[in-house]
Structures are given as structure tokens and as C-alpha cells.
Design a binder for this molecule. Sequence first.
Ligand code: URA
Length: 437
Amino acid sequence: MRAVDIIQDKRDGKILSSEKISFFLDGYLKGEIPDYQMSAFLMAVYFKGMNKEELKIFTETMVNSGEVIKFEGINKFLIDKHSTGGVGDKTTIALGGLFASFDIGTAKLSGRGLGHTGGTIDKFESIKGFSFPETKEELIRMTNITGTGVMPASDKIVPLDKKLYALRDVTATVQSIPLIASSIMSKKLAIYTDGLILDVKVGSGAFMKNIEEARGLAKTMLDIGNSFGRKVAAVLTNMDEPLGLAVGNSNEVIEAIETLKGRGPEDFTELVETLTAMALMIKGDVKDLETGKLKVKEVIESGKAIKHLKDFIEYAGGDPNLTENYSLLPMAKKEFLVRTENSGWVSGIEAEKVGKAGMVLGAGRATKKDIIDHSVGVVLNKKTGDEVEVGEVIAKIQYNDDKNLNSSIKFIKEAFKISKEKVLPKKVIFEIHTINI
Ligand code: URA
């Protein structure tokens, strides 16, 4: 078999056999196939795509390029929720407590933030003394005791994805649905869970800019999950504005806590209720979403969900009292109120710009080496559909260093679109797709 023939086949739109796909990917991982041939192959896939069988083999080869984790010894039904990445996405923090309230375990590997989007690991690290499990055994123990197990993503899982992603980044082949779907799904399938929920973000702040693209990605990921016999559900959600109000680290932890106390922003509350209801459907506890959502409201009202989050924080070495006393979290020294210069209705808040407004203050990383300041960030005061008067506060900037304040203010002002026409609030959930449930 020769790499050049495989590239040619894909270029000409032929279906590749499993042997050819494995030969190509394994050869690349071992360094026997060079970057320039893989680049040409990726570009051919970008234009010609892959069918379901090709994608299954492609993803399987990715999964088997590294360590595959089975959580033997976890006595819970395990669900992993994956988000394709957005601004203000503190969902994992809130879901841990909610899932645990229904005896659903979370055992997941999460990432750190880069660019305008934040990472779950950084958000938890806002909590003084918090430490993550370092081994699979520690993760299992944490999940069995608290119901929630989160640890930083490891290089040992799907090393091929890391190599391929770096190449895609510099060869303009990131934006390919089969490549994105196999990249995400390989990392999810390498860790065994009973069910998987994919939160596919749609909008200006997301990879998928419109609903058709997002639907295509969701369906492709569901097909891959199904071909591996997994129960998978996908939800398409709005990322045309940040999720909730808080964007940063400490402030996002606070918003997740407030949500588990029943006082969260409407869109974020709707999302976590829906995701938990979907988890209950996957587990087989409820037949429909509405019944599931009612159950979720009950565990929030009863205080069960926040109690689970407290237990999790305590187990990880943090002070559980912070759920009542937010000054135990890092707090920025200064605040600046951003006011609008126009009146009308907020017609959109570009998520990417709000993410950058936080990043320049230190809430995120422009490069991998940057150090996060957990105390800083942005809290929105208005969301799409809200009416505003000239001079009204649209956002609060929480900062320590004056150096980048002006740049943060500029991003916020650019992010807010104000219309003279009345605008309705944005829905957070667009569509739900399931397979095998
Ligand atoms: N996220 C991933 O993990 N992979 C992609 O290709 C795109 C987004």
C-alpha cells in the first residue's frame, strides 16, 4: 500500500477501505507518513468527506492510538456531557451536583481554556485548595464518593488527535465536519461511559456558525456514537451571545452555585435543566423531557443539588462554605461599569468579543503559557431582547490591573448590538436529537 494512492483515491471521491484508513493513520502516528502527505489527505477529506463506514474506522483508529479508559469499579450510571466550546459555559460545574442528585455519575476529562473560550479545569481552580485526581483510581474514588469525577485531559488519550489537530490548524482543514466529529468523538469514546450528551454550540462565538452546520455535526457525531453502540443525544444551543451572565472563572463558579440554588440566569437554568432531563431519559428514569425537567426543579428546590456540589468541593480540598460566602473565592480589586451610548433593544452580544474582553484582563489565555487570574472577568447586565436607555449599565468589568481595562471596555462595547426595533430574547435550546434512546 502506498500513501500517495490513498490520497489520490480520496481526492477522486472514492470510498476508502478500513485497511487503507488504518494504514494511513497508523503510518502517520509512527512518523512513517510525513506531514505533507497527511496535509494533502486532510484537504481531500475536507472536500470529499467520509461516509459512515469510513468515519467509524477513522474514529476507531484514533481511539486506539492511545490509552482507553474503562472505569471498572464505578457503581453509578455514568454520563459524560461534552460541549463544543463557548463563552460563559459553566455547565459542567452545575451538572455535577444535578447528576449526583439522581445517582448519575460524571467521570470526565476536561480541558483548560485557550483563546476566547474558558476551560472547566481553570474554573474549578478558582477554588483555593482544590485539587484534581491524578490517576484513574483516584478519579474512580472521587466519582464513587461524590458522584462527580473530573480530571484534566491527558496526552495519553488519543495522541493522534493532538498531532492531527496541530496540522489541521495550519492547513485550513479544521472546519470539516467529519474531521471535527471524529476528533471530538474519539476523545469521548476513549473513555467508557453509559451515555453521552453533546452540546453543540451554534453562533458567532462557536465553531458552527449556523444551525445547518451544527445539525450536520450533531448528526455525524450521533452516527459515530451509534456505530460504537453508545447511547448518545445532542442538543443544539445558542452561542450568539454568552451563556448566562458571568464570563471568567470565579464569577462563573458563583453563577453555577446560584443556579443550583434556583437563582441562576434564565438561559443557563434552562440549559442545565434540559441537559439533566436528557440524562434522566438516557438512564431510563423518565420517558419525556418535561417530566425530567420537573424532577430537576425539585432537586434544586430541595437543596439536594447544591449539597452535592458542596460535598464535591470539600472532597477535592476546597472550602464548602464558599457556596454561602463568595468572598472565599478570589475577588477582583476593582470594578468598571460599561454603559451604553445608544437606546433601544439589545439585538445581539457577540460571544467571542465578550470572551476576549475577559481574556485581556487575565481571565483566559492568549497563549498556552499565560497564567490565569481567576478573580477577573465580565458580568453582563443585559441580554438579547432587553430594552436599554442611553447611559444604562450593560456590563460590569471585574479587574485588577488598569493596563488592559480600555481594551476590555472596547471589546464589550463592540460586542453589544443595539437595535431601534424591538427584539425578542434568544432561545437557548434550538433542537434536540437522540439516537438509541
Ligand atoms: N474540538 C475538537 O476537539 N476537535 C475539533 O476538531 C474541533 C473542536
